[in-house]
Write a protein that binds this ligand. Structure first.
Ligand code: PLP
Length: 456
């Protein structure tokens, strides 16, 4: 059949609250035009993030009731360990409360002053953890990955030639590991090809550098490989995912994405000595190695989620619903980062609001307008999030002004997506009336979370 349907029935529902324009206007004023400061119950469709916002299945909830909450050696840990090992093949599986906790442990052990960590594109918590350790984080996206209008299959790839030039001109004893982020979240949720993972692995092997995957969206990436890399068309997503992991020496994972749970993560690796040090650190920061910052029930839900996420009907629905949103917006003339990613569509706010200069934060203006017009919450990924200041306090704008519409897993149906298309299209039709914003208060770091804005 041509119609791709949601591959589930709904047995438990959560009402969403419809608000009037006046109520939304009041919520915006109260939240100082920062959608992070608006109450979730005032949001109709929440596309702030796909992290930890998924709907769990009946089998996951049943698993939660069976969680073994023993402090040490819980049955739930062994179920979790089996599921992660079956998928990744790594010898040591270390649970953490979320992805950044795995990153913190890894870079506390391998980072430090003078070290350099290459990645196709560091996610911001990964970069923060590398830099917090004293090391330097360097990105190697490809040229096509940097072009928001270019349509290509694997825009998340590592620029292997640039990485090679870098390694040849660097003292490689300063490079403790190399990472590949799948899918490439900061690069627009774009996939990385198997070929690119293999080539990066070969290069790392030549230089004796371990390769780690930032594996948050491994299943979405594996599905893109199946669809776009012809030699994988008849392989199962699980086999493809296993092959992806087989090229790596370890992985960090935020289970809040492709394990379809609300909280959790892990660090998995082959190096036994490093794993022992990681477990020692885990005991100080997260907990005993058979629970690592999670309850037994959480480990059960992750083990089950890792199986469900590889269901190809689920992945077809997942990737297609994001693609559908991107396709319809493009058809309506709305400028988006092309092609749509695995977990999100990114509106190109620079082209959407060409009359609003970066100093007036076009992405933020668009985020506010989507909420004001239709109760949709999105997130600015532009000069509010990544802008810097020069010595005179003037804004150095971000490279792109984007607004991310991230789709939570298994939460919204096609009619919700159709509603989003309608709201974005109507806002686009009257875009010339939209004005910019100024920042009236901001914290010293990560300002997008708590900054206060005022309309110009
Ligand atoms: C690519 C990537 N890496 C790491 C993380 C961090 O994971 P967590 O939020 O679970 O700490 C995220 C979260 O969004 C991510 O997208």
């Amino acid at each position: 059949m041509k119609t791709i349907i949601e591959p589930f029935k709904i047995k438990s529902v959560e009402p969403i609250r419809f608000t009037t324009r006046e109520e939304r206007e009041a919520a915006l004023r109260k939240g100082a035009y920062n959608l992070f400061l608006v109450r979730a119950e005032d949001v109709l469709i929440d596309l702030l993030t796909d992290s930890g916002t998924a709907a769990m299945s009946a089998a996951q909830w049943a698993g939660m009731m069976q969680g073994d909450e023993s402090y040490a050696g819980a049955r739930s840990f062994y179920r979790f360990e089996d599921a992660v090992r079956d998928l990744t093949g790594f010898r040591n599986i270390i649970p953490t409360h979320q992805g950044r906790a795995a990153e913190k442990i890894l870079f506390s052990l391998l980072g430090g002053a003078g070290k350099i960590v290459p990645n196709n594109t560091h996610f911001d918590t990964t970069r923060a953890n590398v830099e917090f350790s004293g090391a330097e984080a360097v990105d190697f996206p490809t040229d096509e990955g940097k072009d928001p209008d270019r349509i290509a299959d694997f825009k998340g790839n590592m620029d292997v030639a640039a990485l090679e030039r870098f390694l040849r001109s660097t003292d490689v004893s300063r490079v403790p590991l190399c990472m590949i982020t799948v899918t490439n979240n900061s690069g627009g949720g774009q996939p990385v090809s198997m070929r690119n993972i293999r080539e990066t692995r070969d290069l790392c092997r030549t230089f004796g550098i371990p390769l780690y995957l930032d594996a948050c969206r491994f299943a979405e990436n594996a599905y893109f490989i199946k669809r776009r890399e012809p030699e994988y068309a008849s392989r199962s997503v699980k086999e493809i995912a296993q092959e992806m992991f087989s090229y790596a020496d370890g992985a960090t994972m935020s289970a809040k994405k492709d394990a379809i749970v609300n909280m959790g993560g892990f660090l998995a690796l082959n190096d036994d000595a490093l794993a022992q040090s990681a477990r020692n650190l885990l005991i100080v920061t997260e907990g005993f190695p058979t629970y690592g910052g999670l309850a037994g029930r959480d480990l059960e839900a992750i083990a089950q989620g890792l199986v469900e996420v590889m269901d190809e009907h689920y992945l077809q629905y997942r990737i297609r619903s994001v693609e559908y949103l991107g396709e319809r917006l493009t058809r309506a003339g709305v400028p988006i980062l092309q092609p749509p990613g695995g977990h999100a569509v990114y509106l190109n706010a620079k082209k959407f609001l060409p009359h609003v200069p970066p100093e007036e934060y076009p992405g933020q203006a668009l985020v506010v307008e989507l909420f004001r017009h239709g109760g949709i919450r999105a997130v600015e990924i532009g000069s509010v999030m990544f802008g810097k200041q020069d010595a005179s306090g003037r804004l150095i704008p971000a490279r792109m002004e984007l607004v991310r519409l991230a789709i939570p897993r298994r939460v919204y149906t096609q009619s919700h997506i159709d509603y989003v298309i309608e709201v974005v299209t109507e806002v686009f039709e009257r875009r010339s009336e939209i004005k910019g914003y100024k920042i009236i208060e901001e914290p010293p770091m990560l300002r997008h979370f708590t900054a206060k804005f005022a309309p110009l």
